[in-house]
Design a protein around this ligand. Structure first.
Ligand SMILES: [Zn+2]
Length: 590
């Protein structure tokens, strides 16, 4: 048995998927909310007998390896390593021989790990580092937290870092493409360190590997205040959340996550005991971030600064998250401080601060009253109009009625006046989520399955019937893409009495197996439990359909040739083609 098969054997698909998605048993399959797209009714299907999990809404999923790749954003080799570790399966090396000895990506990971250790050693062991360490301790971080998040210090020098890395065997070109060095001219010969004299926060991918850095200025005149790694082959700002790998377990356990803005805020919050906390690094929150979090949590607690920019960020996060059916809460950090300062002064208050966070609508409403006051018609109108878009997003009627009552009460108006006001107001054509590209996620297109795909799926699921109709289903019915599955299936089946179509499936080569299983699962979902007579009828009708299509294609081809032959004056050719066409019309393609 190969390592791949052994892993599949030891790790049932439902067990792996169950760690990310809540599943419910329905018949012989399990269903849950798709972790890859936003949806409100579960359409993500896990089929233990086929060993696959698939969403026919967004067409993502597959076996344990494909699922892992898509879920964790890793390639096949990484998925293999992770799952081998989890199942205790020893990997035979032949899986890696195919790949280049050490590919670019592995080198990138390696150089980041090396330099992260270098920055850590500079923090803990160099004379300048000691001062930086003092600064961190003064900000309230414990040594334990500093080590846990692997905070470091980049020497205030143009070449200390790259000299060290070159000695370790990394090329200048590598250092530039890893974003650790910059070039003075267009050549890579003349390089210098990107991060100089900065507090270094390593940014981890979902597996906890260092893939980039956020460098914070330590001197007053140092610009910019935050310098991040550029986008590289392993670091994409829009789909990496700082702290994610540390927060994973706790997020899964509690179903909620706190979103903060900065590295310091995150570490301080974590240290105070709120371990399910993440931050976007070097960019505002994106739709991708929200998608990454979805399998882990249902509740987002926004903890942004109380300044205007922080408010805007919270609003934006709220608008984006609406499409994902998150419950959104806002933790307003008291005393107008950021979470790091607050955590330093009130280490015991952090947990309750986030636990008591009110719903966003509640918070937003409170702010409107605060900002505009409740006196005068203009202020009242303003409050109603600004609250309206949010009001429309409220899901429950009770919640809506409750807000109407409160508006009437707080603004000293009659409820009917508020209803009138709301009716007369138009929702602005500009919807913020639209501007941020937040709405596109709802519009994933379900793939349409073709007649040949349905036919092949039926053959797999009903091998006995397929055997009976074998003569009517020639290879020529299938396109190049599906022919290999058909051929393999037909070889493996080969007249033997195969009771279970899945046995046939499991004898297909890996590459074809997954596609065939998805087809089989689709057909299962599409037709449900049907009788053999119904299967036969459906197969015959699909075959007839495909034959008609083939006939149309062949007819068009020959007609084209006839026209050409006529133009060229080739009478004989023309006649024989016409004969062929007439045969085709009377006997079909067989
Ligand atoms: Zn989906």
């Amino acid at each position: 048995m190969s390592s791949v098969e052994e892993i599949k054997d030891k790790l049932p698909i439902e067990e792996l998927v169950g760690q990310y998605v809540q599943l419910k048993k329905i018949g012989r399959s399990l269903k849950g909310l798709c972790p890859f797209h936003s949806e409100k009714t579960p359409s993500f299907i896990v089929s233990p007998e086929r060993g696959i999990a698939y969403c026919f809404g967004c067409n993502k999923g597959g076996d344990v390896f494909t699922f892992m790749q898509e879920m964790e954003g890793v390639d096949f080799n990484d998925a293999l390593k992770i799952l081998a570790e989890r199942t205790g399966v020893k990997l035979d090396n032949r899986h890696f021989e195919k790949a280049a000895p050490k590919d670019q990506k592995e080198l990138m990971i390696e150089v980041h790990e090396k330099v992260a250790r270098f920055f850590e050693s500079r923090l803990w062991e160099s004379p300048e580092g000691v001062k930086v360490l003092e600064y961190l301790r003064n900000r309230g971080l414990t040594d334990e937290s500093i080590r846990l998040f692997r905070v470091g210090f980049s020497p205030d020098s143009y070449d200390a870092t790259n000299n060290y890395l070159q000695k370790e065997g990394f090329s200048k070109k590598m250092l530039v493409s890893a974003g650790l060095a910059m070039t003075r001219e267009t050549t890579v010969e003349n390089i210098y360190d990107r991060f100089r004299g900065r507090l270094m926060f390593p940014i981890f991918d979902s597996l906890g590997r260092v893939v980039g850095f956020g460098g914070r200025a330590l001197k007053k005149d140092q610009e910019p205040k935050y310098l991040n790694s550029p986008e590289t082959t392993i670091y994409h700002k829009s789909n990496i959340l700082y702290g994610f790998s540390h927060a994973k377990l706790e997020m899964k356990k509690t179903g909620r996550v706190v979103l903060v803005e900065g590295y310091m805020d995150l570490i301080a919050t974590y240290q105070a005991g709120v371990k399910a906390v993440v931050a976007s690094s070097g960019t505002a929150l994106t739709v991708k971030h929200l998608r990454i979090l979805k399998p882990f949590v249902n509740t987002l607690v926004l903890a942004f600064d109380t300044d205007l920019a922080g408010q805007e960020a919270a609003k934006r996060a709220y608008d984006l998250a609406g499409d994902f059916d998150y419950s959104i809460k806002v933790a307003a950090v008291p005393e107008g401080k950021d979470p790091a300062d607050y955590a330093k002064n009130h280490p015991d208050g952090v947990i309750s601060l986030f636990e008591a966070a009110p719903d966003y609508s509640e918070y937003f409403y409170g702010r409107l009253l605060q900002v505009y006051g409740t006196d005068g018609f203009a202020a009242k109108k303003k409050i109603i109009s600004e609250f309206l878009p949010l009001f429309r997003q409220l899901r429950s009627g009770i919640e809506k009625d409750e807000f109407i009552r409160r508006l009437a009460n707080d603004l000293n108006l009659k409820e009917s006046q508020i209803y009138d006001e709301i009716k007369n107001m138009k929702l602005p054509a500009y919807h913020p989520a639209r501007a941020y590209g937040g709405l596109d996620i709802g519009s994933v297109k379900a793939k349409k399955y073709s007649a040949e795909e349905l036919l092949l799926g039926l053959m797999i699921n009903f091998p006995r019937m397929a055997g009976i109709l074998r003569e009517q289903v020639p290879e020529s019915l299938f396109s190049e893409r599906l022919k290999p599955i058909y051929k393999e299936w037909s070889d493996k089946y080969n007249g033997q009495r195969v009771e279970d179509g899945f046995d046939v499936l499991s004898r297909l080569p890996d590459a074809l197996q997954e596609a065939a299983k998805v087809l089989s699962l689709y057909v299962n979902e599409e037709y449900g439990e049907i009788s053999e007579e119904a299967v036969e009828k459906e197969m015959r009708s699909l075959v007839a359909n495909l034959n008609r299509n083939l006939l149309d294609v062949r007819t068009a081809e020959i007609s084209k040739k006839i026209q050409q032959a006529e133009r060229d004056g080739q009478r004989d050719l023309c006649l024989s083609l016409m004969q062929e066409l007439s045969n085709l019309r009377s006997y079909g393609t067989n």
